[in-house]
Design a protein around this ligand. Structure first.
Ligand code: SAM
Length: 238
């Protein structure tokens, strides 16, 4: 087993959109994967998050990475597949990762492996695709599974899907976030837990509004407004 800092040294060199503290959250979730369950990643790109998750997994546990690698508009063309394979090989984790080369909805519809103990959702960020991710994979998630979602509070479609499915939900509880990475836990939620989960989700809407405002200011060419909305210089929008 490697430490998180060792894993981050390896993954940091891989192109992607993941902050160090978000990488730590993925590594730790992988590390605490329940025996008899599997980790699944939706959206692999060049393997940054897959490398961190695979390095964090307990011995003998496996990760299934799902990505069609067929559309450069999504950052996932054939060159990304070649980079994904090369990066996993260089990190020494290719033996622990199974690749499903296809869409999330195709993988969830044909899933026949063990229950999923950790699901990392980082594919397409429109509302329709994200709802397919949630609806397709929820039946495969083990009780107590972790469900982590990227761009949860920085992409309109992802935020919309989260509120549609998990706001005051009976079976999924919001447990926290690292900027736009949202962490949920799967299992029955009491009425108190549902209320707390709903209130903490609402509390993230201020961050979400600020991320969207910064993006709009950038797109419409208002650099001074953009800077005023940021809390630090070059604040990441993830
Ligand atoms: C933001 S990137 C993923 C980044 C990656 N997790 C990392 O750490 O570098 C999004 C990826 O999702 C893939 N993708 C888009 N829609 C998808 C879908 N419906 N199912 C699976 N993967 C999808 C794209 O091909 C692209 O490679």
């Amino acid at each position: 087993m490697v430490t998180f800092d060792e894993a981050w040294q390896i993954a940091d060199g891989i192109e992607g959109w993941l902050l160090k503290e978000q990488g730590r959250a993925l590594f730790e979730a992988a590390h605490s994967l329940a025996p008899g369950t599997r980790a699944v990643e939706i959206g692999s790109h060049r393997g940054k998050s897959a490398t961190l998750i695979a390095l964090g997994l307990p011995p003998a546990a496996r990760l299934t990475a799902v990505d069609p690698f067929d559309d450069p508009r999504w950052g996932g063309g054939p060159e990304s597949l070649a980079a994904f394979n090369a990066n996993l090989t260089a990190a020494g984790v290719n033996e622990r990762v199974d690749l499903f080369k296809g869409l999330s909805e195709e993988a969830s519809a044909t899933w026949s492996e063990e229950p999923v103990g950790f699901l990392w959702v980082d594919g397409a960020h429109d509302v329709t695709s994200t709802l397919k991710d949630f609806d397709g994979w929820l039946p495969h998630l083990a009780r107590g599974a972790r469900l982590y979602v990227h761009d949860a509070f920085s992409a309109v479609g992802t935020t919309h899907a989260i509120f549609r499915r998990f706001f005051f939900a009976r079976n999924v509880r919001f447990v926290g976030s690292v900027r736009s990475l949202a962490m949920f836990e799967v299992g029955p939620v009491s009425i108190v837990g549902r209320t707390r989960s709903a209130l903490t989700l609402i509390a993230r809407l201020g961050f979400f509004a600020r991320m969207i405002a910064i993006k709009l200011a950038r797109r419409s060419g208002h650099p001074r407004l953009e800077r005023r909305l940021m809390t630090t210089d070059n604040e990441p929008l993830i």
